[in-house]
Design a binder for this molecule. Structure first.
Ligand SMILES: C[S@@+](CC[C@H](N)C(=O)[O-])C[C@H]1O[C@@H](n2cnc3c(N)ncnc32)[C@H](O)[C@@H]1O
Length: 271
């Protein structure tokens, strides 16, 4: 059965624009096109299984996923975040308060508390006992290389055939997302359709390693362009001056425009 054919409601575009306006009050780090794309990922069930979000902060992406997934009936978003403060892995978040009270208030105000299962712990702690199949793995937690790799590897064995993996901030100045996307996803024969929307990198997982070959050109193009970014992130700390300018020039070559829902569904349907 092809799960991607799960129909989007006719008024999906209106739903998304309404969501975009409503979610504006929730603090977070998602650009409008990223919000639209996350809504699509939540709404289109490309495989059986759960939605797992790593890194929830104050609930912005959690709410988007929960509302979009609800379009297809009953769905739970599993959210894992220790919500301790100050955050060791995200010092930029500042704040000497846990994000938990804001998270709880936001999901209540947006009417999705019942659809969210919060695991208030580190992702590697959740991974130790996780047994459910996953249809969408959304990684937006620890942005270091070790942290992102651990997040991917901790849950990769639970990906359903046809599942989507999406990683945030891959085109921001963090080493984790870009390296894991290259090493664990683009170089893996088990991933097929792939791309970017804003700074979200996404790819579709297939149990059959033969599928990767069919997407060779798309994967190779992204591999070549993304690989040029890695030295800047690994060897230039902090990234400033000419190095930063060159990083930005190379980054501008990565296609990352918004997708049309029907076209995206068409592209993940090809198995
Ligand atoms: C950038 S914020 C997430 C933003 C959220 N996805 C949104 O769109 O609003 C990163 C979050 O990851 C959490 N985090 C960091 N390391 C983590 C880990 N190992 N496991 C789970 N969450 C983690 C932090 O506590 C922080 O709340």
């Amino acid at each position: 059965m092809n799960f991607a054919t799960a129909n989007l409601p006719d008024d999906f575009d209106e739903f998304v624009e309404d969501l975009l306006a409503k979610i504006d009050s929730v603090e977070g780090y998602l650009a409008p096109n990223e919000i639209r794309f996350l809504a699509l990922l939540g709404a289109v069930k490309t495989a059986p299984g759960e939605i797992l979000e790593i890194g929830s902060f104050k609930g912005k992406s959690t709410i988007i996923l929960a509302k979009a997934a609800a379009l297809q009936g009953n769905a739970t978003v599993h959210a894992v975040d220790p919500m301790i403060a100050p955050s060791e892995t995200d010092p930029d978040l500042g704040d000497d308060q846990s994000s938990f009270p804001d998270f709880e208030r936001n999901i209540t105000e947006h009417g999705v508390s019942e659809r969210i299962r919060l695991h208030q712990k580190f992702s590697h702690e959740l991974a130790e006992n996780w047994e459910l199949p996953i249809r969408l793995l959304w990684i937006d937690g620890d942005h270091t290389y070790e942290g992102t790799k651990r997040d991917f590897e901790g849950f990769a064995d639970h990906l359903s055939d046809g599942a989507i993996v999406a990683i945030h901030d891959v085109l921001h100045e963090f080493e984790g997302g870009v390296r894991v996307f290259i090493e664990n996803i683009l170089l893996s024969p088990n991933f097929g359709a792939c791309g970017f929307v804003g700074s979200i990198a996404w790819a579709q997982f297939h149990k059959d390693p033969g599928v990767g070959k069919r997407f060779r050109d798309q994967k190779l193009m992204l591999y070549k362009r993304l690989s040029r970014l890695v030295p800047f992130l690994v060897f230039h700390e902090p990234l400033t001056g000419m190095a930063k300018k060159r990083y930005k020039l190379y980054r501008s070559r990565i296609p990352r425009a918004a997708v049309k829902p029907a076209e995206w569904i068409g592209c993940v349907e090809k198995k």
